[in-house]
Design a protein around this ligand. Structure first.
Ligand SMILES: [Zn+2]
Length: 384
């Protein structure tokens, strides 16, 4: 009986917080109408959330009947989260509020990519970000770390990350030993998908795909409002679908993976091979911006290849929309156009809209969302 009452209170909290997140500030009466809860239950939960400073009252306004009405809003600044996105040679670091609005950020170069080297770099950066934002450690609700690879977010285990050469690494536990706050980890593309679900273009969709193209390619699947991890935390690995039999070597060790034939390292290799110019991302971006025919044809080939495989995702999952992120979004329609064209040509029935939603820091904000999502979803306990 006690458990049921606790559970129902947790569900009511979750429901009210998520309505406020999606719809913005609203009065207790509006919350009652929208949730179907009793006025007493709404009053009780709102009072509890106000005690915890998770929600706050805004200035009263007149409602349609002319009576004063006090809107309730989430107090996004009341808690902080750290987000760390691990790259091969750097860590993108942010300190955010509950809406993953960035309060301080840094790009930390790293030479030691051993687990201890990375956890020490993260722990050392936290006080720096807090000082920059002039905030207290006591307000930090947690840390999210996004890692390219197969990650079990429940146990906090990095099952494997070929980019770092890690296997069966209890990363959340290792970092948790160095810091005093809860640690959540997930695959970097899933973290991007979670951020999209909470506060991005995916906030109004229960079913969508979040495609990321950068150093690799991944496609996180949000089904019924939740990230779909699969049986072995390996769902959404679009980049490791074999696209060319016996093709180029992928970082996973196999040959012919989609990412080895369409992600940014492939584009830059092709640029060097065909133009004779040295590999430089800036040089390639500049050539594309100046409408170099060669750069455009490399982007067209890569985009068409991604779109062809994305059509299979569409056929299998029929997402409402496909949200596109990752560094390669910078190429705009030169890349998105061929993706869209091939996806529409090869899909059986549905032709979901491709929506680019990417700003600098999106990776690290996604990592922070691994922590902040726990305010809105009370199902998961922290690891580490
Ligand atoms: Zn691969």
């Amino acid at each position: 009986m006690k458990i049921n009452a606790t559970m129902s209170r947790a569900l009511n909290r979750r429901m009210i917080l998520n309505h406020l997140r999606r719809e913005g500030p609203m009065s207790r009466a509006d919350i009652t109408a929208l949730t179907g809860l009793s006025p007493a239950a709404v009053t009780f939960v709102v009072a509890e959330l106000m005690d915890e400073a998770l929600v706050q009252e805004r200035e009263a306004v007149a409602n349609i009947k002319g009576r004063p009405s006090t809107p309730i809003d989430i107090n996004y600044g009341s808690r902080l989260a750290f987000g760390f996105k691990l790259n091969k040679d750097s860590i993108n670091c942010v300190l955010t509020d509950l809406a993953t609005t960035v309060l301080a950020s840094a790009d930390l170069p790293i030479s030691d990519t051993s687990p201890a080297g990375i956890t020490t770099a993260i722990a050392g950066n936290m006080p720096v970000l807090l000082k920059t934002a002039d905030r207290a450690e006591a307000d930090v609700m947690g840390i999210g770390v996004s890692i390219p690879g197969e990650i079990d977010p429940v146990t906090g285990m990095c099952i494997q990350s070929p980019r770092f050469g890690w296997q069966s690494l209890p990363f959340a536990e290792l970092l948790g030993e160095q810091v005093k706050v809860p640690v959540w980890i997930d695959d970097d593309v899933n973290a991007f998908g979670i951020a999209q679900r909470l506060f991005g273009a995916g906030r109004d969709h229960q079913n969508f795909a979040a495609l990321a193209i950068g150093a690799g390619i991944g496609c996180s699947l949000i089904i019924g409002g939740e990230i779909y991890h699969g049986g072995r935390s390996a769902a959404g690995k679009l980049g490791h679908i074999i696209s060319v039999e016996n093709g180029r070597r992928c970082e996973c060790g196999r040959r012919g993976c989609l990412m080895a034939h369409a992600a940014e390292p492939y584009m830059l290799d092709e640029w060097e091979r065909l133009s004779g110019a040295p590999i430089s991302r800036d040089g390639f971006v500049e050539a594309a911006t100046n409408n170099s025919e060669l750069a455009i044809s490399i982007l067209r080939d890569a985009g068409s290849r991604v779109g062809r495989h994305l059509a299979d995702v569409v056929n299998m999952f029929d997402p409402d929309v496909i949200i596109v992120g990752g560094e390669a979004v910078q190429f705009g329609e030169l890349l998105l156009g061929p993706i869209r064209e091939a996806m529409e040509r090869f899909s059986f029935f549905s032709k979901p809209e491709l929506i680019a939603d990417w700003v600098s820091n999106s990776w690290a904000r996604g990592a922070a969302a691994l922590a902040t999502q726990n305010i809105f979803d009370f199902q998961r306990a922290p690891s580490g």
